[in-house]
Design a protein around this ligand. Structure first.
Ligand code: URA
Length: 236
């Protein structure tokens, strides 16, 4: 929401007063004076008027988790453990996953209570590369490289996948970088060649690489610097 609208919605200010308060630099958002009425504020923003708190803001929380195989990327599941069961955090129900992984896929998962941040991580327009280590049942040939650059047609969605980069590592292993996150995307891309994926592990999302200190099932909070990597363009 724009800061001018937030302020006008409060009982103590009308629109004209809001315009003046901003011009007079009496409004602070997250410790910074804001005079642009279009400045976007969030549920997490701390908003002050002459040092008086108008909205305390909630602490935003961000974690990276090494997802083990055999758990579900959901907040609840009647049968299996979920990735959120691996966390020991207060108000766990406020957290959500930024970019799911299949039941047997392992690797980097991002978990947060900041919806704007997770949208930036996952929305296709951001074209955030996701890098997977893949092992397959049959050999991976050089023809996979050109096919994945060209794109694989997914009939169900009636779309062709965006160019993806494949690096061959061994006869049945490779590293694949994709910029989308379609349902079972990696498995379906290898499925084009009738080649079954037997191991799938996400190594990185954009510039953020899974911390090698984290064993499967372990997690840690992201540093401020890591959070900033996905902040997107500054709000106005
Ligand atoms: N592609 C898949 O097929 N599975 C995943 O878990 C992630 C990407």
């Amino acid at each position: 929401m724009r800061v001018d609208r937030f302020l006008s919605n409060l009982p103590q200010f009308n629109r004209q007063q809001v315009r003046l308060l901003l011009i007079e630099k009496r409004i602070q958002v997250d410790g910074q004076v804001i005079s642009d009425p279009r400045h976007e504020i969030r549920a997490f923003s701390r908003i002050e008027f002459d040092g008086q708190i108008l909205q305390a803001g909630k602490p935003a929380r961000y974690f990276m988790l090494h997802k083990p195989p055999g758990c579900v990327s959901a907040t609840q599941d009647p049968e299996h453990p979920t990735v959120l069961d691996l966390l020991n955090e207060p108000d766990q129900h406020e957290l959500h996953i930024a970019g799911r992984l299949d039941f047997n896929t392992s690797g980097l998962m991002l978990i947060t209570n900041d919806g704007q941040w997770s949208r930036h991580v996952t929305q296709p327009q951001t074209k955030m590369p996701k890098v997977y280590y893949v092992e397959t049942e049959q050999e991976i040939g050089p023809e996979y490289i050109s096919k994945f650059i060209e794109g694989v047609y997914f009939a169900f969605e009636d779309l062709t996948t965006q160019p993806a980069e494949l690096e061959l590592l061994g006869p049945c292993s490779a590293r694949l970088s994709i910029v989308e996150g379609r349902y079972h995307q990696v498995k379906r891309m290898f499925g084009y060649f009738n080649n079954k994926v037997v191991l799938l592990h996400r190594e990185s999302i954009g510039p953020l690489v899974l911390d090698s200190q984290l064993a499967p099932g372990e997690y840690r909070a992201l540093s401020d610097q890591e959070i900033q990597l996905f902040q997107g363009p500054p709000a106005h």
